[in-house]
Design a protein around this ligand. Structure first.
Ligand SMILES: [Zn+2]
Length: 115
């Protein structure tokens, strides 16, 4: 399950960047052709953050649909399937979008201060 390793390094990165401030939410963009299962990542996030500096934070995954471009007929089409085949039957396709795994935003809890 590589989502666990991936989520662990994401959480480490966010914890480093926020340096002890409380995080309420972490936004990521996950391409549906990246091989990462968003649901698995959400599950791992709860496990990984439990008891750590990001405890209680939410992981918000934006799913990016896949797009392929066919080298045989030139058509571009959307796909959610990891088996990439164009409508014309050709498997000679290039991935245009859907392989990303990007951290897009970190929301911090607003600390109330008496100053
Ligand atoms: Zn084609």
């Amino acid at each position: 399950m590589h989502e666990l390793t991936l989520t662990q390094s994401l959480v480490d990165r966010v914890a480093d960047a926020t340096a002890g401030r409380r995080v309420s939410a972490v936004h990521v963009r996950v391409g549906l052709l990246s091989g990462v299962v968003p649901e698995a990542m959400e599950f791992c996030f709860d496990v990984v953050t439990s008891g750590g500096p990001l405890d209680g934070a939410a992981l918000l995954v934006e799913r990016v649909p896949g797009r392929i471009s066919c080298r045989t007929c030139g058509a571009e089409s959307a796909t959610e399937d990891l088996l990439l085949v164009c409508g014309c039957g050709s498997a000679d396709v290039a991935i245009v979008a859907g392989q990303e795994l990007t951290l897009t935003r970190v929301e911090l809890v607003r600390e109330t201060s008496c100053a």
